[in-house]
Every structure is written in structure tokens, then in C-alpha cells.
Ligand binder design. Structure first.
Ligand code: MLT
Length: 255
């Protein structure tokens, strides 16, 4: 049965202060944020959800539209009785955060977009996702994990842990997420309406998200600044935790 209702997300909480929700990307889970916890927990109430189909969260059937992911985050905020939150979205978690910002502007106190973008998929990327979805359907996660892990990071020692993390994903949910990302709208149009403080964090070695797209997003957002990190690729929170934490602390201070 396909449903558009939110699902109850599995999550962890750490620390005290202003609520800061850290939303991981595809096809990972909340553990990518662990390096940031000791650096932020004295300044913020950290909430680390697993997105639907990822980590320990339920994996319903159907396409995981970014708006649906946003509904899940919204339901979690309600459950925690949090009125306003700073959202820090990584990659697909950033796409979901932009969908949240459009749907629930009054619940947003600040926004961090980490290795993410507002642009929709170009047609080739969309076709590539469908190809990947079919391959995962036929062959499982091994080929995806094998190809994707080295593409995500410029730190050799992270490749194997990331490969293992991808192998823990749910194949059906991976397919659902690929299709959800492929059909996401271009969020550039509503960036100017996001008037809360925002930071765009980009690794200069990111092979999945172009620096141009990150820079453009920072320009189009109402009140954003850009942090470009050398020696970081698609996983700056694991590759360069201290500079990422510093950028988030600056965001916390400005909301
Ligand atoms: C992610 O890291 O969430 C995705 O790989 C982003 C994407 O494929 O667009």
C-alpha cells in the first residue's frame, strides 16, 4: 500500500540549546554526523533522524518524494514539541530541507545546506538514477556501494566505512529514494523566500554536486553565506568536522 502519510522516524538526540536537526543524505544514515556531536552538543540540542527507508527508520513502499521526507521531519518536530528548528541537510537531506522550507517556513529558524544544491536533475542524471535503480533491483547494493563509496570522499580511510554503510541500506528504499530525487522540482525559485540565516557548505572536491551550483544557491538564498572547504568532497562532516562545526556554530549564533 502506498501512503502519503508521514512515518515515525528513528532518531537520536544529544546536547542542549537551540534545536538543530541534522539530516543525512543518500543512501547513508544518521551516523555520518557522529564526528560533529562532541563539537556541537554544548551549543545545540542535536536531533539526528534516519530518513525513511534509511538506518533504523521504517521503509514504506512508493516513491520517496522530497516533500514526503519533509513531512516525516515535520512530524518528528511535532512529536518532540519543537516549534522552530535549524535544519542542516546533507545532499538529499538538503533537498528534503528545501522542501520543508517551502512547506513550513514558520517552523524554520535557520538552514545549512551541506554538499547539496537547489537545482533539479539534468535529464542525463535522471536517466542515470533510473539505471541505478534497475541495477539495484537486479543485483542488490554491492555494485552501488563499490562505485559510490570512492566517489563520495577524497579521504582514502573513509572509503571502506562508507562502503559498509551503503551496504547496510535497504535496497527497496534505495530505489524509492533514487526515484524521489529524480522527480524533485527545481527549488531555485523559492530560495529567495527563505529569509532565515543560512549557510552553504561545499567541499571543493565534491564530485556529485558542482561548486557552481553551491555558489548559485548561496547567492539566491535570502541571507546566506558560503563556506568552501578544500580537502573535502561529498562528506565534509566526516572529512572536515571542525570547519563544518565552526560554520554551524556561526549559524547558531546568527539565528
Ligand atoms: C546524496 O548524497 O544524498 C545524493 O547522492 C545526492 C544526489 O545524488 O543528488
Amino acid at each position: 500500500m502506498m501512503s502519503h502519510l508521514p512515518v515515525p522516524l528513528s532518531y537520536e538526540e544529544e546536547g542542549q540549546g537551540i534545536p538543530l536537526m541534522l539530516v543525512h543524505g543518500f543512501p547513508l544514515n544518521r551516523s555520518i554526523w557522529y564526528p560533529l556531536i562532541p563539537l556541537l552538543k554544548d551549543k545545540a540540542r542535536l536531533i539526528l533522524p534516519d530518513l525513511r527507508g534509511h538506518g533504523q527508520s521504517p521503509a514504506p513502499e512508493g516513491t520517496y518524494a522530497m516533500r514526503l521526507l519533509a513531512e516525516d521531519l515535520h512530524a518528528l518536530l511535532d512529536k518532540l514539541e519543537i516549534d522552530k528548528v535549524i535544519l542542516a541537510g546533507h545532499s538529499m537531506g538538503g533537498y528534503a530541507s528545501l522542501a520543508f522550507a517551502q512547506a513550513y517556513p514558520n517552523r524554520l529558524a535557520g538552514l545549512a545546506m551541506i554538499a547539496s544544491q537547489a537545482a533539479a536533475d539534468a535529464p542525463e542524471r535522471r536517466a542515470g538514477r533510473e539505471k541505478t535503480a534497475e541495477e539495484v533491483h537486479r543485483r542488490g547494493l554491492r555494485p552501488l556501494a563499490q562505485n559510490m563509496a570512492p566517489a563520495l570522499t577524497c579521504r582514502q580511510e573513509l572509503v571502506e566505512p562508507i562502503r559498509k554503510m551503503i551496504l547496510k541500506a535497504n535496497p527497496k528504499a534505495v530505489i524509492s529514494s533514487l526515484r524521489g530525487m529524480a522527480e524533485r522540482p527545481d527549488a531555485s525559485e523559492w530560495l529567495a523566500d527563505i529569509t532565515v540565516p543560512a549557510v552553504v557548505i561545499a567541499g571543493t572536491e565534491d564530485k556529485l554536486i558542482s561548486l557552481e551550483n553551491a555558489r548559485l544557491m548561496a547567492q539566491l538564498l535570502g541571507r546566506a553565506w558560503l563556506v568552501e572547504l578544500p580537502e573535502a568532497a561529498h562528506l565534509p562532516m566526516m572529512e572536515q568536522p571542525q570547519p563544518v562545526a565552526n560554520a554551524l556554530l556561526q549559524l547558531i549564533a546568527s539565528v
